[in-house]
Structure formats: C-alpha cells, structure tokens
Design a protein around this ligand. Structure first.
Ligand code: GDD
Ligand code: MG
Length: 370
C-alpha cells in the first residue's frame, strides 16, 4: 500500500519555529519529525510514500531526496496554492493505484496500521478514520460513531458545549481511491468538513477505528516539547537514536564532556557537543550537533537545536532554542519560552511565560525581564 502524507500546512501555531522550515522538518531528538514518521511507515512495510506539499517544499525534498538512502521511494507533489487536506490528496491521485493510507504530517503514533487495514477490508469500508481519545477534544475534529463503529457525524473543533465524545480524528485514514471522485480537482477542499461528512450523508460505509495506541500531534510548542519528552522516556517504540553512553544518555561522535559536568537521563547530545565544567543537564534534554554549553549552566527539560552556543551560568528550563543561536552569560530562558533561529540573547535577560523570539533578533543585555 502507498501512503500519502499531508505536509502542506504552514505550521502557524508552531511559529516562530516554522518561519524557516515546514513543520515536518522540526527536529525531534535531533532528527526531522518526518524522519520518525517514515521510520514508523517502514516498520509497517510501507515503502512507497507521496508527500503532498505546499509550504517550503524545497526544505523537505532537499533533505530526503528520492528516499533511496532510507530504502523508500518518495514522490513529491507541490501545490501552487493550498488545496486543503482532501484537495492535497486529489492532487496526487495520478500516483495512486488502489486504496491508500493518508496521514496528517504532524502526527506521531504507534497505531498498528496492518490491523487497521484488516478491519477496513473486513468491513468493506470506503474510508476508515483512526480515532484516539483525548482529554481536551476542543482543539480537534470529533468523530461520532454508532455501536458498530460506523461514522454518524463530525464536529470540527467545537466549543465545550458541543463536545459529545472524547474520540477525535487521529489524522490517519485508509481511503479507497474511488472516493476521490467526489473531490473537486484544483480546488481547496477538506476531508474534515467536506468529503467525509458528504460521504456519510450519502450513506457510504465510513468507519471509525478507535485505538488507545500512543498518539500525539506536534501542532503547538507545548506539544512539541511533550513529544520530545515522550520519545526520551520511551513511550514510543523504536524512536530513539543508537549509541548509548550509559543508560539514558546518548552522545554523538566527537562530544567533549567535562568530567565535572553532570548529565542526568534522559539526555541526547548530537555530534561534537562540548559541555564545560559544573554544567548540570537534567533530562529530558536534547542538544543538536555542534553546540557548546558554557560552565556552571543549568539545563533541564529543554530542546536546543544545532550550532547554538550557551554561555556561562545560563539557566534553561522547559524551553526551545533553535539553530545557530547565541545565549550570553547568566541569561534565563524558562517556562515555554521559544527562541527561533540565529538569535542572540544578551546576558542577564529573563525570557519566560511562552515568550517567542522571532528569527535573527538580537536582544540587548538585561532588556527583557519578567
Ligand atoms: N498538501 C496540503 N495542502 N496539506 C495541508 C494543507 C494544504 O492545503 N493544509 C493542511 N495540510 C496538512 C498539514 O501540513 C498537516 O500535516 C495536516 O494537513 C493537518 O493540518 P493541521 O493544520 O495540522 O490540522 P489540525 O491539526 O488543525 O486538525 C487536523 O488534525 C487533527 C489531529 O491532529 C484535523 O484533521 C482534525 O480533524 C484532527 O483531529
Ligand atoms: Mg495538526
């Protein structure tokens, strides 16, 4: 079976991390998020993947190429303007030769695709929609089903007063190719409030496939930090890097760690990371290639991308620092603060409370204090 991955969205809610890259290229445990998704597909014997793209497609294609180094065959199809989720799949119809999997490109899951396919076939469904229970369904698409799993209706991103179920559309579908007949070509059209409701209204066999398998989307910075944490504590099968120094600490090639530094798992360091004396790193923490951590700095529950330099006495807790940044001595970055690419954070700054620093900004010393 082929898989279509929808990766056309602009990742608005993940800005400023998505200013220079689409959401699937955000690093998770030092690899683009999409790399984890492709691994997951390979584990289910899916090797033929079509990427339905729109926003910054070159970044994705430049990294993954034709997929042969992964043992996969990747086809890229780019929209001139956004066609929506169903329009994005319609736009790749010529590459499909039968039923296919469709994935939202910002989902990480352990869902058993082969079991889902078997149930899809047994039921003779034209569309099967993976469902997952969540605590707060208001940020998602609710899917109402009857006792047999047949879909009765959809409520996309309702207020709490309209919530009727905690089962949401998990962004993984099996669709029979012929349903694409009902999707207008070259037009903006959505599965969620276009194709699926209209199929249900016509009486087509559209089924939900509930599962309690691990599931998360990386739609917001908070969830992005949580995904990383979940991977590091092993909630998702086989997602961790190889090369374990000690239980829960992974070092890339050429790292230089002071014997006076303390690393508390789970911690992942990329290649050529240098860590100076009296640094304390308490996982979950991921640090990308070619980063430097200055003496006496304290880092906890943080994500640092490649080529970033952290000065002395810096405190970081639950934050994201993107690539190529410089954080000067004694700055504090905590509490869901996000610093985008190539920023310089002057000494003594206090960044907190989900503050977002856009790319290429220079924050003068002591300029921001919460
Ligand atoms: N090719 C293409 N073209 N892809 C698109 C487009 C487009 O115009 N618009 C969005 N996408 C891709 C995004 O890149 C993403 O991978 C996926 O479609 C879903 O878009 P999101 O913007 O992430 O949607 P959402 O998170 O608000 O809601 C969707 O996902 C939820 C699960 O996370 C819906 O499918 C909900 O019903 C669902 O519960
Ligand atoms: Mg999403």
């Amino acid at each position: 079976m082929k898989a279509v991955i929808l990766v056309g969205g602009e990742g608005t809610r993940l800005r400023p991390l998505t200013c220079n890259r689409p959401k699937p290229m955000i690093p998770v445990v030092n690899r683009p998020f999409l790399d984890h998704v492709l691994d997951y597909l390979k584990r289910h014997n899916i090797y033929d993947v079509i990427l339905s793209m729109c926003y910054k497609p070159d970044v994705i294609e430049g990294y993954f190429g034709d997929g042969s180094h992964l043992g996969m065959n990747i086809t890229y199809v780019v929209e001139k303007s956004p066609l929506g989720t169903a329009g994005g799949v319609k736009n790749v119809e010529r590459y499909l030769d039968g039923p296919c999997f469709v994935f939202n490109g910002d989902i990480l899951t352990d869902l058993d695709l082969n079991a889902m396919l078997q149930v899809h076939q047994e039921r003779g469904a034209t569309v099967s929609i993976a469902l997952t229970p969540v605590e707060d369904p208001t940020a998602y698409g609710l899917v109402e089903t009857d006792g047999t799993g047949r879909v009765l209706g959809f409520i996309e991103k309702p207020g709490w007063d309209r919530v009727t179920t905690n089962l949401i559309n998990a962004g993984t579908y099996i669709i029979e190719k012929e349903v694409l007949r009902h999707v207008p070509a070259d037009s903006y059209y959505m599965f969620e409030h276009g194709l699926f409701p209209s199929l249900v209204q016509r009486g087509d066999p559209v089924f939900g496939y509930p599962s309690s398998a691990y599931w998360i989307d990386i739609g917001t910075p908070e969830k992005y930090i949580n995904v990383q944490r979940d991977l590091l504590v092993g909630k998702v099968a086989k997602a961790m890097p190889v090369g374990c120094l000690q239980e829960g600490v992974w070092l890339g090639d050429g790292c230089d760690i002071s014997p006076m530094a303390k690393l508390t798992p789970p911690v992942v360091l990329g290649a050529r990371v240098t860590v100076e004396a009296n640094v304390s790193i308490t996982g979950p923490v991921t640090i990308g290639d070619d980063c430097h951590i200055g003496p006496e700095s304290v880092i906890e529950d943080a994500i640092i991308w490649q080529h970033t330099t952290i000065g002395a006495g810096v405190k970081m807790k639950r934050c994201v620092i993107a690539r190529g940044c410089t954080v000067r001595d004694n700055a504090w970055i905590t509490n869901n603060a996000i610093v985008a690419d190539e920023c310089e954070i002057g000494s003594g700054n206090r960044l907190e409370h989900g503050i977002k620093i856009w790319p290429n900004k220079v924050i003068e010393p002591n300029a921001i204090t919460f």
